[in-house]
Design a protein around this ligand. Structure first.
Ligand SMILES: Nc1nc2c(ncn2[C@@H]2O[C@H](COP(=O)(O)OP(=O)(O)OP(=O)(O)O)[C@@H](O)[C@H]2O)c(=O)[nH]1
Ligand SMILES: [Mg+2]
Length: 444
């Protein structure tokens, strides 16, 4: 990325603020579509030196500067895509025009757009994954700045000492991107529907998820921040899991994916259930069927609803079973907050002894696909012809149509690429209109 100057989009708001706002609007923003545009290259300059006693000095028009690139950069202070509700358009600065006396145009500043870690970036048109930004400060180039047009000094040659020709800057790239946030909470709260997961999240954080006495109250994950001894822990409450979840039953598979990146799990047991230990086993089986990675995540088990006699009755059996498995276990009541603080301490202890997983990153240095530059096609559109191709369209956009020499140069490019021949084969006649990108030319 060089050492070029950069501008960063300011961070929209602090982490907690963003989460609470997302809660207020009662759903979690985990998708956004944005438009990015890199800077156009600056135009090349057409100029001749003015010297005393020399009627026409040598050409001294400088090249235009390169346009700025657009990058997305992971920023650990963000954990929602909510900022993109307010702003969807991001543009890098254009390059400066070349100047006389062989002065290069200024390079356009790059634009850095911060996104939360866990953001998967796709091309909105093709759905192709461009990057999976996982680690803080991981960066991906999404739109490359246009090349600066060359000034007339560049075109000086033994046979042309005074070129009246300068290129225009290459247009910037425009791209529509789809962002998807995979939650990266520290802790995932899992359990059967109605276990009290949302009640627990509400008890330990400022989040206000919907709570009700029927299964599948939670439809999309809720996030909350809990503070324990000055440390913050980000918790995600996901929809209840049932048998077959790994294969899409209930609200299924997408939520298992959401918790795949959390570091530890709170496995909440419904103390009012017929058989909490059976539920426990069924959920663990679902995790294992989904992925080995999920099954291997450390768990803290909590038997909920201890304010009910039913829960108190099963507690000794639950406690004994977990002791046997050497799994930490607590008795809590999310409703009365009995034991919830101790549960957070147990989670902290587990987080401390759980190393961060090595991050597997698929980020390429550039997400801008190198298309085949020189290929083209000639299409017939009613009375007109259209030539499509990356290189030729760029050449057309960079040609100064006021300059005879520039037009001649464009014709030479057509010849070299074999486009002249292809047009003749397609039956083009003098007076016909030929389109190159947005440029319309009359065939002569
Ligand atoms: N008595 C008692 N009831 C509780 C406790 N915790 C939750 N509940 C009740 O259990 C029901 C389900 O609670 P939720 O928090 O919505 O459960 P959930 O696990 O998020 O459920 P889903 O989102 O549907 O999977 C509600 O009626 C809660 O009021 C508790 O500690 N004691
Ligand atoms: Mg819920």
């Amino acid at each position: 990325m060089g050492s070029a100057e950069r501008v960063a989009v300011p961070l929209p708001c602090s982490q907690t603020h963003a989460i609470i706002q997302a809660m207020d609007e009662s759903y979690f923003f985990d998708e956004a579509t944005i438009e990015v545009r890199s800077g156009k290259g600056g135009n090349g300059c057409l100029s001749f030196r003015r010297e005393k006693f020399v009627p026409l000095g040598g050409p001294d028009g400088g090249n235009g500067g390169r346009g700025g690139d657009v990058y997305l950069i992971a920023n650990r202070h963000l954990n929602t895509l909510i900022a993109f509700q307010r702003q969807q358009h991001f543009r890098a600065e254009p390059g400066g025009n070349g100047l006389k006396k062989d002065q290069q145009g200024k390079r356009g500043k790059d634009l850095l757009v911060p996104v939360p870690p866990g953001t998967v970036v796709r091309d909105a048109q093709t759905s192709q994954v461009l990057a999976d930004l996982v680690q803080d400060e991981q960066t991906v180039l999404v739109a490359k700045g246009g090349r600066g047009g060359r000034g007339n000094a560049f075109f000086t040659s033994p046979t042309n000492q005074a070129p009246r020709l300068a290129e225009k800057g290459e247009p910037g790239q425009e791209r529509s991107l789809k962002l998807e946030l995979k939650l990266i909470a520290d802790v995932g709260i899992i359990g059967v529907p109605n276990a009290g997961k949302s009640t627990l999240l509400a008890a330990v954080s400022a989040a206000r998820p919907k709570i009700a006495d029927y299964p599948f109250t939670t439809l999309t994950p809720n996030l909350g921040v809990a503070t324990v001894d000055g440390q913050t822990v980000l918790l995600a409450d996901i929809p209840g899991l049932i048998e077959g979840a790994h294969a899409g039953a209930g609200l299924g598979i997408q939520f298992l994916r959401h918790i795949e990146r959390t570091r530890v799990l709170i496995h909440l047991l419904d103390g009012a259930s017929e058989a909490p230990l059976k539920d426990y086993q069924a959920i663990n089986e679902e995790l294992a069927l989904f992925s080995a990675r999920l099954a291997a995540k450390p768990q803290v088990v909590a038997l909920n609803k201890m304010d009910l006699p039913q829960a108190q009755e099963v507690w000794p059996a639950v406690e004994a079973a977990m002791r046997e498995r050497q799994t930490p276990v607590l008795a809590i009541s999310a409703a009365t907050r009995q034991g919830t603080r101790e549960l957070l301490y147990a989670v902290l202890r587990l987080l401390e002894t759980t190393p961060l997983e090595p991050v597997v990153s698929v980020v390429k240095a550039e997400a801008v696909s190198p298309e085949d530059e020189d290929t083209f096609e000639v299409l017939r559109e009613g009375q007109h012809f259209r030539v499509r191709g990356k290189r030729v369209e760029r050449a057309a956009a960079m040609t100064d149509w006021e300059s005879r020499e520039a037009i001649e140069r464009f014709q030479r490019i057509l010849k070299v690429l074999g486009i002249l021949e292809a047009l003749q084969e397609a039956g083009v006649k003098p007076g016909d209109t030929v389109f190159f990108g947005t440029y319309e030319l009359e065939w002569r």
